[in-house]
Ligand binder design. Sequence first.
Ligand code: SF4
Length: 499
Amino acid sequence: MSDVASAPDRFARWARESLRAVLMLIRLERDGQAFEPTALRERASPCVPVAGARDDGPIRPSLSAREEPEVHLAWLVLRSILEHFELLVGEAVVEPTGFSLRRSDDWAFEQDSPAAMLAALAHPCPYRCAFCYEEGLPDAARPKARRPTSDSELDLRMALWRQGRDLAGFRGLRYGEILPHPRFAEALQAVRQVADRPIPIATAGAGLNEEKLRVLAGRPRVLVQLSLNTCDPARRERLMGDRQAARLMQLLPRFRELDVAWAASAVAWPGLPFEDLAATVRTAQEHGALHFVVFLPSFSKYFPLERAFDWEARWREATAFVRDLRAKVRIPVRIAPDSWEAARCFGDPLAIEVIGATPGSAADGRLCAGDRVLAVAGAPALPSRPAASRALEEAWREGSEVVVRVDRGGKSVEVRLSAGDAAPGHPGELDAPFGVHLYDGPDERNLARGVGLLRFAGARRGWMLSARLLAKPYELLWDRLQGANAQKEDARDPQPAFP
Ligand code: SF4
């Protein structure tokens, strides 16, 4: 591309460099024909609106390119260049009408997880939940309307999957409902052929029907995580705007009948009576859900004022209710964020408390809610919940036995769990190893790394940046680590101190 003749220097340089960078990623098209611009020329007056990624602009990237954040960025840059400059091929002005990825291979990464691969199918969520953060977001931050992943993009992705790769940018930005995609069954099969890892399928129910359940029927190591929120169709319609709520409720028995592994969740929104929450947990249990998660609700600063509520009071009530409910139902009922319960309700926030055991799992009937874990696999006095969880996960992965010692009402009880005791196909990695639900908690490995770093740097003091929720457990864990380290280290070493 030659230099720009008539534009002010800095502006022209920005446009030229930006276009050069963008053209490394994309190939411009005019009515389906690729072309390479040779120069830029400043327009007499700006012509293309660039405020946001509007669908009515003249550039329509092909291959659903806008679905990839980096390509979307390229698209925005291109639009802002075209607002002020026109593209020349030789002497002729050519206005692009679209673009495609220059080398789709450049966008391929090593596959990491089947769930991330399937996220490529994500449709925008059709619901409008009262508690959804997106509902309160300012327009600029709202996810843009998205089209379903096109056939050409999915074909390309599946070809890459077979090579052990995937087409993805920032996968974390991809979310939505994957079940409504018409090629869901084919994509699931393709993922399963190349990635033998557990697959969680999170859904609020969109696209869930008899056909999709049959696709999922009897599939080992696939777990549907359904945001049920309530078992009352009328209430679900009011809460989430789900007009098909009654149909979803009719489908619930089919999970058990078709042997589809699933777990359910609900947001303990202030408008939702606790009796309804209890009924929803029981309904999920009746239809074979492996566990239930109760999300403690909050609100973003963008929510309208009338949505604000005393979140702390609600969290306390909901937590107390769930702790009471656990003794009355068979499935484990978790609270998220779980550190809230650990910090506020346990006598010792670092205690390793059992939330429950999944019905039909190895732990069913052997461990129960409220047991305090003292040792796993013979290692006494485990320092934290993550260490206990890891010990269980390792034993589960190896398909071996593990001995867990717990304190039950002041008595020490030892139970032997064997992977072979679980129901066939029990997705232990997605539910809980051996069906033992423990709380996650502060991870002592991160703290140990922090201590090591401080020592390495010769620091005399360190700061822990943690959420308010985690402050107490972290403080205790920090003390324990310091105690453990003090035994090993020379007393003259500079000791990091909790501020
Ligand atoms: S299902 Fe989830 S993403 Fe959809 S509206 Fe409700 S909270 Fe938001």
